[in-house]
Design a protein around this ligand. Structure first.
Ligand SMILES: [Cu+2]
Length: 261
């Protein structure tokens, strides 16, 4: 009992462990909002177990946490972080993304330290623990700058206020179709619409002819913007590039009803 109390009682372990604890907490938010995701919840459980083992100074826990942390760089996740950092739909998700990536930086440094020195973490002088935490935070800030570059997202609608956004027409992205399937872009350019994804999986609104792709995670929305030049290529074929969504019928068209003056 006292051995376990000592193992989890060291302030040094907790200074390193706060990164993974924060990451696990933020991961739990994403696993339950906007929809409960069983896969993410099971990863959360592994993350918590790994974090407990890391705080105890066990290398296996550090390896587990590090592996899960590195997995956040996979393309789909990187896209979601980038989307949230760029979000027009919710300031709360932007804060979540920044906090998650700062925790991730802290987590990576903590896991590498425990992997390198294991239980000897307790022997580290306080200044070294402080500098490691500082290094983790700095890595986190660098990740906040890096993810938008890893997965660039269009910055449509950033200048619109809430009233302007509310006035936009809506194109829904459901499993697995666009509604409406034929979008009339009218004659006013640029054409703007709100791409709303009420489903539980991400979708894209992709027009290969003009090299445009708007990614929208499940439960989120984004603004679509098409310029006069874009619309000149009308009718524009729209597809979803996620998984097999196109073969399941997720395609549509944007067309201009009349000549643009
Ligand atoms: Cu899709």
């Amino acid at each position: 009992m006292s051995a376990i109390a000592t193992r989890f009682g060291s302030w040094r372990r907790w200074m390193l462990g706060l990164g993974p604890v924060g990451l696990a907490s933020l991961f739990l938010v994403r696993a339950t909002v906007p929809v409960v995701d069983a896969l993410l919840l099971s990863i959360f459980v592994i993350l918590v177990a790994g974090t407990a083992a890391l705080i105890a100074g066990w290398r296996i826990g550090a390896a587990v946490v590090l592996s899960l942390g590195v997995a956040l760089f996979q393309p789909m996740t990187a896209r979601e972080f980038s989307f949230s950092l760029n979000a027009t739909d919710s300031d709360a998700w932007r804060v979540w993304a920044v906090a998650s990536l700062v925790s991730l930086g802290w987590t990576i440094v903590a896991a590498i330290v425990v992997l390198a020195v294991g239980e000897r973490t307790d022997d580290a002088p306080p200044w070294r623990v402080g500098s490691l935490v500082g290094g983790g935070l700095a890595l986190g800030v660098a990740l906040v700058a890096m993810f938008p570059a890893l997965s660039p997202q269009p910055a449509f609608g950033q200048s619109l206020d809430d009233d302007a956004v509310a006035a936009l027409s809506v194109i829904e992205m459901v499993n697995f179709a666009y509604d409406p399937v034929v979008v009339d872009a009218g004659t006013d350019a640029p054409f703007r619409a709100r791409l709303v994804n009420p489903s539980d999986v991400p979708h894209t609104f992709t027009i290969e002819a003009i090299d445009l792709e708007v990614y929208v995670p499940g439960g989120r929305w984004a603004v679509l913007e098409l310029t006069v030049d874009d619309l000149a290529a009308s009718p524009l074929t729209v597809i979803c590039t996620i998984g097999d969504h196109l073969s399941l019928g997720m395609a549509g068209v944007v067309e201009v009803a009349a000549e643009i003056g």
